[in-house]
Design a protein around this ligand. Structure first.
Ligand SMILES: *Cc1c(COP(=O)(O)O)cnc(C)c1O
Length: 397
């Protein structure tokens, strides 16, 4: 896999010396963002200062959630969520395989076991019917992944969670700003985790946030991100006290004021950036509408799609080129196609340590052979997109 990418990138460099490489995703930083960070650098607080609370409140307000807890990454956020729910050894958490490894890894951090439940073939979102079949006496929670930026079937997941007394966690790392039946992602599950990695909708370099309506869960996560210590440095400063207690084993998962200053500035532009992503997606839809060998993932009618990714499936029966060859050709034309994702249960760590195996999630496994993610990011120009479409059509005629 790496070899293939490496070689095609070398070729890309020679072939496309005139044209810049088009990545699959990319941050957008403007002068206001830069000014905000400089201002934070000149302030009294580089970390755990006023910008953290301001950013938490801004994101929570944006998604209509009660509380936000800023952390050092989306992965840290998922770990905090598992901790706050009291998940631990002997417990099971149901997760989809079509996601980034962190969704399942966070369950293992706590000593519990992730249980993979297959996805819907049209949307590649977790299939609620199959998820319910995976429930045992040990199941504590379901993590739904709003894959590519499209929310899961949360009404069905809620029914199941209620019936079996389970927690619902949303891995919303692809879906900041997305909506499900007019409800924002962040105001649907018990807890929702966002990532601010540079390819995501807004960035803080690295960073993440968990949002929830439950104050007790938010409080547990605040303590967990700070070593298990019940007060932070700023609170002690205000009280004029040196005393603190470490109540349980936590981590340093804090997000700095510098990063939160960047996040606050980035969040202001989120609506227009999502609109641009939707426009790009619309143009791709139109371009592929009459091509039988290329099929964008379906979008349900009741969702507002945030398009973190634009994923298409190749119908290899009608297509002269398989996915891997197409990937290589696109890369050598200077187009940063990608594949999201290798199903998590197929990674060596999982097969070797958890005994997962091919055949366990056939829908995700078949999809994995056929999917390819095309470039989509707010700074992508119409000319860039026209080039991607032309190259793609030229390759598989
Ligand atoms: C990006 C991502 C994560 C992890 O976020 P980081 O901030 O990189 O730790 C988790 N789940 C999904 C689905 C993601 O896309």
């Amino acid at each position: 896999m790496n070899l293939v990418a490496c070689e095609s990138e070398k070729k890309a460099k020679t072939k496309t010396s005139m044209r810049q490489f088009i990545p699959y995703g990319r941050q957008w930083i403007d002068e206001e963002d830069i000014e905000s960070v400089i201002e934070a650098l000149r302030s009294d607080w580089l970390t755990t200062g006023p910008k953290v609370e301001e950013f938490e409140k801004s994101v929570a307000d944006y998604v209509n959630a009660g509380y936000g807890v800023a952390v050092s990454s989306g992965t840290a956020g998922l770990h905090c969520a598992m901790h706050a729910l009291g998940i631990g050894p002997g417990d099971e958490v149901i997760v989809p395989p079509m996601t980034f490894a962190a969704t399942a890894n966070c369950v293992i951090y706590t000593g519990a076991a992730p249980v993979f439940s297959d996805v819907d073939p049209e949307t590649l979102l977790i299939d609620p019917i199959q998820a319910e079949e995976k429930i045992t006496a040990k199941t504590k929670a379901i993590i739904g992944v709003d894959y590519a930026g499209q929310p899961c079937d949360w009404d069905e997941l809620h029914k199941i969670a209620k019936k079996h007394n389970l927690f619902l966690v949303a891995d919303g790392c692809h879906a900041l700003g997305a909506k499900y039946k007019e409800r924002k992602v962040g105001a649907i599950a018990d807890m929702t985790v966002f990532s601010f990695h540079p390819v995501k909708h807004i960035t803080t370099g690295e960073g993440g946030m968990i949002v929830t309506d439950k104050s007790d869960l938010a409080e547990k996560m605040r303590v967990f991100r700070n070593h298990g210590i019940t007060t932070d440095h700023r609170q002690r400063e205000t009280r004029g006290s040196w005393f603190y207690e470490m109540k349980f084993l936590g981590y340093n998962y804090r997000l700095s004021d510098l990063q939160c200053a960047l996040g606050i500035s980035q969040l202001q532009k989120l609506p227009e950036r999502i609109a641009r992503r939707q426009k790009i997606a619309g143009k791709y839809h139109g371009a592929f509408a009459d091509l039988p060998w290329i099929k964008p993932l379906s979008v349900r009618k009741d969702v507002f799609h945030a398009y973190h990714l634009y994923v298409v499936r190749l119908n290899s029966k009608d297509c002269i080129m398989d996915r891997t060859s197409l990937f290589r050709e696109l890369r050598s034309s200077g187009i940063g196609a990608n594949v999201h994702y290798i199903p998590v249960h197929l990674h060596p760590f999982y097969t070797e340590h958890l005994g997962t195996r091919p055949g366990q999630c056939p829908v995700a496994e078949t999809a994995y052979e056929q999917i390819i993610s095309l470039p989509i990011y707010p700074g992508m120009t119409d000319a860039d997109q026209g080039f991607v479409i032309d190259v793609l059509k030229g390759l598989i005629r």
